[in-house]
Design a protein around this ligand. Structure first.
Ligand SMILES: Cc1ncc(COP(=O)(O)O)c(C=O)c1O
Length: 353
């Protein structure tokens, strides 16, 4: 039980002691490994977290969406990498943001470079960009060193665009359960990234920003030696899916506390946390402290729990996926040393445009 106090349920609870340990530990590991840390704010969606991470030495933050970047920049976060390609309709907002913070875009094609260049020229500014490389997730990014070279040359010849580095995020490897297998696959991804970096460096000789890695792979990025920066996000709060990955041992800091609202079926409790409270894209949440107990959603507002005593009043759950669960909530309830110490708005939640 995380707190002796009643918290109105369902609530998203953050254990501040665990958060602080995680932030300090990742910062120390990256510093010792000689790599910068740019935490991904798509996980916590909170400028408070971003400031804590900066205070611990982070080089800046990442956001996935321009809406998240707007929230962070307006809160005073001054160095933001937008890790997702921009559609044309967002270019004006991006240029507005440049007035508030150092914001870097990623590009995957010469066409995108031309769009950015045109938009920048209209305002007489320069947009810093990274060439985005597909290292196996088959999402965005160029597919070959040759294509990386084409995008780099387009940057070099386009006014209003300044090539500053390369991004290659290996999202498909973060949850590979076995550490040796994950390491082997990550090294393959970084070798693929290295070939693209070489092609880009043929155009931009002094390029010194290579950004990659998440909570499951940052150690291998350090060991491999190519990357200058890690983009881990989930480590700050963790979730049940990452908790099952060998060698990922940050502390669980994020919980949902639910209240029992139904007990009419023997062996089963019904709680007041369903799909509107807990995401299930990565499976069902775990029941905290009861490895044999199970939780499953039974609709928007209800969950069914087995394996707990019939007199249970509150059930603590560990979300299966932190990013998508946090996105469902307006605020964190903050707990320290077993006491509720306040709430924190999740300011960038729902900023998906
Ligand atoms: C581009 C990018 N970088 C970094 C991360 C952070 O990864 P994690 O939350 O697994 O640490 C993500 C997460 O999805 C991402 O999309």
């Amino acid at each position: 039980v995380l707190t002796s106090e009643e918290i109105d349920t369902p609530a998203l609870v953050l254990d501040l002691d665990a958060v602080e340990r995680n932030i300090a530990r990742m910062a120390a590991e990256c510093a010792a490994g000689g790599i910068a840390l740019r935490p991904h704010a798509k996980t916590h969606k909170s400028p408070w977290f971003a400031s804590r991470q900066s205070g611990a030495g982070a080089a800046g933050i990442c956001t996935a969406k321009i809406g998240e970047a707007e929230v962070m920049a307006r809160a005073g976060i001054d160095d933001i990498l937008l890790t997702t390609e921009l559609t044309r309709a967002k270019l004006d907002r991006f240029l507005d943001l440049l007035e508030l913070a150092r914001v870097t875009a990623v590009v995957e094609s010469a066409d995108a470079v031309a769009d950015l260049g045109r938009a920048a020229a209209l305002r007489g500014v320069e947009i810093p960009v990274l060439v985005d490389v597909n290292v196996g997730q088959d999402r965005c990014g160029v597919d070959s060193p040759e294509a990386a070279g084409v995008v780099a040359r387009a940057c070099a010849s386009t006014e209003g665009v300044r090539l500053v580095g390369v991004q290659g995020y290996e999202g498909h490897l973060q949850h590979v359960l076995r550490a040796d297998e994950r390491r082997r696959l990550a090294f393959e991804a970084y070798d693929r990234l290295a070939a693209a970096v070489e092609a880009v460096r043929a155009v931009a000789l002094d390029l010194d920003w290579v950004t990659t890695a998440g909570t499951g792979t940052y150690r291998y990025a350090i060991e491999h030696g190519l990357a200058t920066e890690a983009q881990a996000g989930s480590y700050a709060v963790m979730d049940a899916r990452y908790g099952a990955v060998e060698g990922v041992d940050f502390d669980a800091a994020l919980f949902v506390v639910s209240g029992v609202v139904g007990r009419n079926r023997p062996g089963r409790l019904i709680v007041d946390a369903g799909m509107k409270t807990l995401s299930t894209d990565d499976g069902m949440p775990a029941v905290l402290g009861h490895a044999d107990a199970t939780y499953e959603t039974v609709g928007d507002e209800h969950g069914r729990v087995t394996g707990l005593d019939a007199t249970t009043e509150r059930v603590w759950l560990v979300p299966s996926h932190c990013d998508t669960t946090i996105n469902l909530h307006d605020r964190y309830t903050l707990v320290r040393g077993g006491r509720v110490v306040g709430t924190l708005p999740i300011a960038a939640r729902g900023r998906v445009t």
